[in-house]
Write a protein that binds this ligand. Structure first.
Ligand SMILES: CC(C)(COP(=O)(O)OP(=O)(O)OC[C@H]1O[C@@H](n2cnc3c(N)ncnc32)[C@H](O)[C@@H]1OP(=O)(O)O)[C@@H](O)C(=O)NCCC(=O)NCCS
Length: 136
């Protein structure tokens, strides 16, 4: 999947956060520690450093959400890092129920909270939930 395609899906999927540009995706993918797992309608971007994997973002096009693609992407990237990473981390807005349910179903549990971390237009900022999964 090209950085431009990622930017299109990201902009369609994230309605309450700033979309990332194709240039930003290209720059991230230039980092040898960063990789993408993709399906035609979605992708996950992951950084793995020193035995720790971090989910940077995951997005499925809204026209194709709720069809199991997000779960496939999670399995894809977690299987890829499992041989070399012992734990995985991610951050999610506390009001993002679909993502929280997906991550919990994939073995992530809450590891911390950043209060009022995500700004929202015309609404109070939302907490960030830090989640961790053991890959052992
Ligand atoms: C989060 C996201 C990637 C999930 O992708 P998806 O393809 O729709 O998810 P799936 O169809 O694979 O669903 C997998 C699980 O996620 C949870 N889930 C998905 N959509 C849900 C919804 N609308 N409400 C509650 N739980 C939901 C469920 O646990 C579901 O498992 P189940 O079908 O057995 O109940 C997708 O909703 C998305 O792109 N959202 C916008 C971007 C975003 O918020 N990314 C995460 C930022 S941290």
């Amino acid at each position: 999947m090209t950085p431009l395609h990622m930017a299109h899906i990201h902009a369609a999927a994230f309605t309450s956060a700033r979309p990332w540009s194709a240039d930003e995706f290209a720059a991230l993918l230039d980092n040898p520690h960063v990789f993408a797992s993709s399906q035609p309608q979605g992708f996950a971007l992951v950084r793995e450093v020193a035995g720790e994997a971090e989910l940077l973002t995951i997005a499925v096009h809204p026209d194709h959400q709720g069809q199991g693609i997000g779960r496939v992407l999670m399995v894809q990237w977690m299987d890829r890092v499992r041989p070399t990473a012992s734990e995985a981390f991610l951050e999610v807005a506390a009001d993002n129920a679909p993502a929280l349910a997906l991550y919990t179903a994939c073995g992530f549990g809450q590891a911390g909270l950043r209060a009022a971390y995500y700004p929202r237009a015309n609404a109070p900022a939302v907490d960030a939930v830090l989640m961790r999964a053991s890959l052992g």
